[in-house]
Design a protein around this ligand. Sequence first.
Ligand SMILES: NC(=O)c1ccc[n+]([C@@H]2O[C@H](COP(=O)([O-])OP(=O)(O)OC[C@H]3O[C@@H](n4cnc5c(N)ncnc54)[C@H](OP(=O)(O)O)[C@@H]3O)[C@@H](O)[C@H]2O)c1
Length: 267
Amino acid sequence: MTKVSNAHVVVTGGSSGIGLATARLLASRGASVSLIARGADRLESAAASLRSSGAIVRTAAVDVSDQAALTAALAGFVAEAGPCDVLITAAGLARPGPFLDLSDEVFRQMIEVDYFGTLYAIRAVAPSMVSRRTGSIVAISSSTALLGFYGYSAYAPAKFAVRGLMEVVRSELKPAGVHVACVFPPDVDTPQLAEENLYKPAETAAISGTIKPITADKVATDIVRAIDRRRFAVYSDPGIATLSGLGPLFAPLVRRFIDRRVRATLR
Ligand SMILES: NC(=O)c1ccc[n+]([C@@H]2O[C@H](COP(=O)([O-])OP(=O)(O)OC[C@H]3O[C@@H](n4cnc5c(N)ncnc54)[C@H](OP(=O)(O)O)[C@@H]3O)[C@@H](O)[C@H]2O)c1
C-alpha cells in the first residue's frame, strides 16, 4: 500500500494542468512534492501557490527528454527529501495536424517528450521502489491511445507507446509490491488543450464535436483514487471507459462514426 500522507511525490509537468492539480491534491493529503517542468517562472508560481497552503515543495527546471538532466534532478530531490514514493509523469505536449503536413520534427518531439520523458523518469525511480517493495508510478497517456483519431498521427503513437510501457511495467513491478497506473484522459481544460486547439484540423474538431472538456481537478481526483485503491487504468469519463472496455467489438462502430464526421467536414 502506498501511503500518500508524508510521501515524497515527484510530478513531471507539475507546473500546470493535470500535473499541478494532482500535486495540489496530494499535498493537501500531507505529501511533500517535487515538481519538474521546463519553464522556471511557471514552476515557481506553481510552487508558491502550493506553499501558500502549507505544502513542502521543491522544483527543478528540466526538460524531461534530456535523460542526464532529468536523472540528476531526480537524484537531487531524493538527496533532499528521501526516496520517491509516488511518481506522476504528466509532462507532455500534443501537436495535432494532418499526417501529410506535419514535419518530421513534430513526430520526433512527441516521442522524445511524451514517451522517452515518461520512460526516463520511471527508470530513474523504479529500482529504489522495487528494492523498498513500495511505491506508485502513474503515467498520463491519453484517450488517443485507445483508437486512431484523425489528426493525431504524431501524438497518438507516443501515447500508445506510453500505454504499452505501462502495461508491461505493471506486470513486472507488481510482484515487487510497486503499484503502476496509466491514465487515459479525454479532452481536459488545460493550457495544453488551448494550444492544441490552435492546430486541430477541422475534421478533428468535428469528431470531438460539442463534448465539453473535463477539469484537471477531476482527473487529479481519479488519479489519487487509483493510487489509494492500486488500480491500473484511469479513464475519468464513462465513454472512454466503454471504448476501452469493449475494445475491438466497439472499435468498428467508432471508426464508422469518425469516417462519417470526416466526410461531412470535407463536403
Ligand atoms: N489536456 C488534455 O486534453 C489532455 C488529454 C489527454 C492527455 N493529456 C496529457 O496529460 C499530460 C498533462 O497535460 P496538461 O493538459 O495538464 O498540459 P499543461 O497544462 O500544458 O501541462 C503540461 C506540463 O508539462 C510540462 N512540460 C511540457 N513539455 C515538457 C518537457 N519537455 N519537459 C518538462 N516538462 C514539460 C509543462 O511545463 P513547461 O512547458 O514549462 O515545460 C507543464 O508543466 C500530458 O502528457 C498530456 O499529453 C492531456
